[in-house]
Each structure stands twice: as C-alpha cells, then as structure tokens.
Design a binder for this molecule. Sequence first.
Ligand SMILES: NC(=O)c1ccc[n+]([C@@H]2O[C@H](COP(=O)([O-])OP(=O)(O)OC[C@H]3O[C@@H](n4cnc5c(N)ncnc54)[C@H](OP(=O)(O)O)[C@@H]3O)[C@@H](O)[C@H]2O)c1
Length: 280
Amino acid sequence: MKIGITGASGKLGQLVVSKLKEHISAEDIIALVRTPEKVESLGINARTFDYNQPNKLAAALKGIDKLLLISGNEIGKRFLQHSAVINAAKEVGIKHFVYTSLLKADSSTLVLAPEHLNTEKAIKASGLDFTILRNGWYNENYTERVKDTVAHGKLYGSSSDAKISSASREDFAEAAVVVLCEDKHRNKTYELSGDLAFTMEDYASEISKLTGKKIPYVNLPEKEFASVLEQAGLPEPVAAFFAGTHTATLHGDLYDDGNQLNQLIGRPTTTISKSISKAL
Ligand SMILES: NC(=O)c1ccc[n+]([C@@H]2O[C@H](COP(=O)([O-])OP(=O)(O)OC[C@H]3O[C@@H](n4cnc5c(N)ncnc54)[C@H](OP(=O)(O)O)[C@@H]3O)[C@@H](O)[C@H]2O)c1
C-alpha cells in the first residue's frame, strides 16, 4: 500500500511524513512536491508534483493507492490547483483521497472558506472514496509571534472575547496519519479543533504567567489592528488578512466543541499554554 503526500516540504507535511514512518515503511511513502531536493532529509522517495502543471500530475500518481492532498498556500488559485489533483487522482484510480480543509468550511465567514468548500464538493463529485479533515486554526498561528509580543509588552487583536479552539500542527498531522492508516474513516468529514478553547485575553494571561511579565490584551477595531500589524512589518495584504481572521473569530468560525480531533488521535489536544512554552 503506497501513500502519497502532497505538500510534504511544508510544515504540516513534514510532520505527517515523520509520523507516518512510525506506522508504515518509509519505502511506501512518496513525497509529491515541487522541489524533490527540499525533502531529501525526510528519507523517502520523492516525485515532482506541481499543482500548476495539471498534465503531469497523473503520471506522478502512478502506483499510489492513498493520497493526502494538503491544501496549497496560494490563496485564490487553490480551487483550480486542487481540481487538477482530484482529476489526476480519478484518472489513476486513487483508492482513498484525504484532504485538509477548513473548520466549518460550509458556514465559515473566513475568506479562505469558499476555496475549501468548492474543493470538498469536487472531491465528492469525483466518486473517489474520501476523508475531509476540516482543520481548525494551528496554535502556531499565534505562538510563532509570541517572542515579539513579549518584547513589545502588549498583545493586540480584534476578536474581543470570542473563543478559539486551536490545536497544534502536530495534532492535525497525527489526525491525518490516523485517517490514512485506518479504513473506517472513508467518506467522512471531520471538524477538527482543540479541546480547550481560549480568548485573546486568556492567551495574554497565559503568556504573562509563563514569562512572569504582565502582557495586557488590547482589543482594537479590525482596521486599527491591521495598521498595528503593518507598523510591525507585515505587508499590507497579510496584515489585512490576519486582522480579518480575528473578526471571523467573532462569528465563531475558529471555535468548535465537538472534540473530534481528540477522538481521532486518542489523546487530549495540545493546549495553547504548551505551544507557548515550546515557542518561548
Ligand atoms: N489550519 C491553519 O491554521 C492553517 C494555517 C496556515 C495554512 N493552512 C493550510 O494548510 C496547509 C498546510 O499548512 P503548512 O503550515 O504546512 O503550510 P506550508 O508550510 O506553507 O506548506 C504548504 C505546502 O504546499 C506546497 N505547495 C504550494 N503550492 C504548491 C504547488 N503549486 N504545487 C505543489 N505544492 C505546492 C508547498 O510546497 P513548496 O515547499 O514547494 O513551497 C508546501 O509544501 C497550507 O498550505 C494551507 O492551505 C492552515
């Protein structure tokens, strides 16, 4: 049984590969990546696979039984890119197609949602056996900037007291591995989120507790928050996008209490506190 992993050069993909190697032989895992040299250290076979070259995808999938399509990162281009992968998977008869979607893709107000939902629809229309992993936010979306927050002495945001149930990238990687290794997840859609929800105020308190430095949370209107991010060096579109994700939090888009991630991986999800400690 050969398993192909797209995005294996990315942060989530590398974690998936290293965890998958604990379950199946490295020879049975194939990295499907734009630049095979980038994944040499993973110790698995790699094939060139660029979502933007639809005519070359089916040949690269030959002999692969199960495929994990890790969603691409070029926002706006992804539906076409993902459709090309789905068509190629259908052409070669992939037996199980697994896709990393977005939490509540069918109701989320995040600008990211339509591409994910349309991809989900295309997967279902293809007739392939599938599993949709609707991944919630990564803890690391917050904690990768925690050192800057501590240095600055304040945490800015615009999500008021809305709840966020994120989990670590590692948790989501583990869920993907479980689904790839067990047959009982076919034709299911999972809403994956962390067990313990937190607000930005809670997040600031955790940082304060772990560093011994009082970090207050300052809630701002979305536009003001975006300009604070720009002043901190983020390019304008990135700042606007990130501030928009905070507003989406107000609609409950980053919150879910179904505990499906915990159930899939068979353990509690990684708390934001643990991820802060790791990042510090
Ligand atoms: N849940 C969340 O909080 C969250 C946050 C950020 C992103 N995401 C989504 O989850 C995905 C995985 O997250 P991540 O942290 O691993 O992101 P990442 O590190 O940016 O990885 C993205 C991967 O997609 C690959 N890719 C991009 N365009 C491609 C193309 N045209 N053809 C083939 N491969 C292509 C990249 O390959 P290269 O190495 O060649 O660039 C990389 O391996 C992201 O791509 C995004 O869709 C989710």
